[in-house]
Design a protein around this ligand. Structure first.
Ligand code: BGC
Length: 444
């Protein structure tokens, strides 16, 4: 009854509005690395206080992720509206903070908002897009994360001379406000409306989005899933859910323990370790990393519905493995050429992460779960993602002290090899499949 449109304009608009949350995710996670030096100076922070200020956002992310299941109850759109509010309040707290306590509060709250966005955005987009172009639409999530990171690198660079950390934070105010306003113009997702028995609203949304409805048997499943909270979590271990449930968790953990955020959060420090002469040249090299991240995400976005998820993952992780080995090699046998080898290795590494584990992790966890448990299952996978991120970020500098930089990168190389084997054996191809077909696959 619906003519097939791969890129309906209203889906594009609604996805972009949702993905403003991803921009804020990227911006806020990365802006602190530029800002923290000046905050430490103004408030006279110790190293430990500095570390806490950085890592508390990841703790917030963990809490935000675990709260993501509320979108199964409140709806995807309402959850995003609440989230945009949280972003606004947190940004204001950070901008106006007169004490370390308020800064910590702001960073915790912003982390919570990021954690929540990291679930609701891909989930929302996956549920409003046509199956044939779902990969590309959901990749907008990762694209906007990487743009957020790049913009934060540029903004820190711009305000670094005057050390104006308040301005660094305040830049995030505008996208949050814009998102809040535009959220009022986009629909709730049809699958969620149907799952709540709001059939006529769902019909209206389907019509406006110009996409085909999910099939009836999904709806029946969801009604069956309406049970008390305890058994709601038992749903996740039901035979047809268990396998995708653990695959989602596995890939989310691998996305982090293969080391991406040691680069995103610590790039200038790595460049200095590798012998870059000045802080300025190290920051500039970091901007390059941010740019490659965006460019290669665009390449992934272009490819994901053409060649599929698995090839992107496999080639991407292979490239990461090789570049980490090169990095380990460069640090191990340090010589005068290390700086340039390090920058090449890091660029290749980020360039391979972006279209592979970067795009595909969030995509896979938004599309492999059955409708009735999707929010909850995603929330647990995302929780695993943020927890792993926290552990890696917190232990990275200690690892470098214990194992040296070379040893640390050999360790990440080994983890990448494990990741490659895991993907090869476990992760299914979902390219072009409708949610019904994916579900049928698991039921088999
Ligand atoms: C990851 C983040 C990471 C970012 C880098 C995202 O997919 O979840 O932890 O900082 O990619 O682009």
């Amino acid at each position: 009854m619906h003519k097939k449109h791969l890129f309906p304009p209203y889906v594009i608009f609604s996805s972009l509005v949702a993905a403003l949350g991803s921009f804020l995710f990227g911006y806020h996670t990365a802006i602190i690395s530029g800002g923290v030096i000046f905050i430490a100076r103004d408030f006279g922070l110790t190293d430990f206080q500095e570390e806490l200020l950085i890592s508390i956002t990841l703790v917030g992310g963990i809490f935000g992720a675990i709260s993501g299941g509320v979108s199964d109850y409140l709806g995807r759109k309402r959850t995003m509206i609440i989230d945009a509010f949280l972003f606004l309040i947190a940004t204001f707290l950070l901008f106006d903070a007169q004490s370390y306590g308020v800064l910590m509060g702001g960073r915790l709250l912003v982390g919570f908002a990021i954690g929540l966005a990291s679930i609701t955005v891909p989930l929302y987009i996956a549920e409003i897009s046509p199956p044939e172009s779902r990969g590309r639409f959901v990749s907008l999530n990762q694209l906007l994360i990487t743009i957020g990171i790049l913009v934060s690198f540029l903004v820190s660079y711009a305000y670094a001379a005057e050390g104006n950390w308040r301005m660094m934070f305040s830049v995030a105010f505008l996208p949050a406000l814009l998102q809040l306003f535009c959220l009022l113009l986009i629909p709730e997702t049809p699958p969620w409306l149907i799952s709540k028995g709001q059939r006529s609203k769902a019909e209206k949304a389907l019509h406006r989005l110009r996409i085909a409805p999910p099939s009836e048997h999904l709806v029946i499943k969801e009604k069956i899933a309406k049970r008390p909270v305890k058994s709601q979590f038992q749903d996740l271990l039901a035979p047809s859910v268990r396998a995708p449930f653990f695959i989602g968790i596995g890939i989310s953990i691998f996305q982090q323990i293969t080391g991406i955020n040691t680069v995103i959060y610590y790039a200038p420090r790595i460049f200095q370790l590798a012998g870059f002469p000045s802080a300025e040249s190290a920051i500039l090299a970091t901007v390059w990393i941010g740019a490659i991240n965006v460019i290669m995400t665009l390449v992934g976005l272009w490819l994901v519905d053409r060649i599929g998820r698995r090839p992107l993952l496999i080639v991407g992780v292979l490239g990461m493995t090789l570049s980490l080995a090169l990095l380990g090699f460069a640090f191990q046998f340090q010589n005068s050429g290390t700086g340039i080898e390090a920058i090449i290795a890091l660029i290749v590494y980020v360039g391979c992460f972006a279209p592979g584990l970067g795009i595909v992790t969030w995509l896979i966890i938004s599309e492999i779960y059955p409708l009735g448990v999707r929010g909850r299952a995603m929330s647990i996978a995302t929780f695993a993602n943020w927890t792993s991120n926290y552990i890696v970020t917190l232990t990275f500098l200690t690892l470098v002290q214990l194992l040296t930089a070379g040893g640390t990168y050999w360790l990440f190389t080994a983890i990448c090899v494990l990741c490659l084997i895991y993907i090869w054996k476990k992760v299914p191809e979902t390219k072009g499949k409708s949610f019904d077909q994916i579900q049928a696959f698991w039921q088999k």
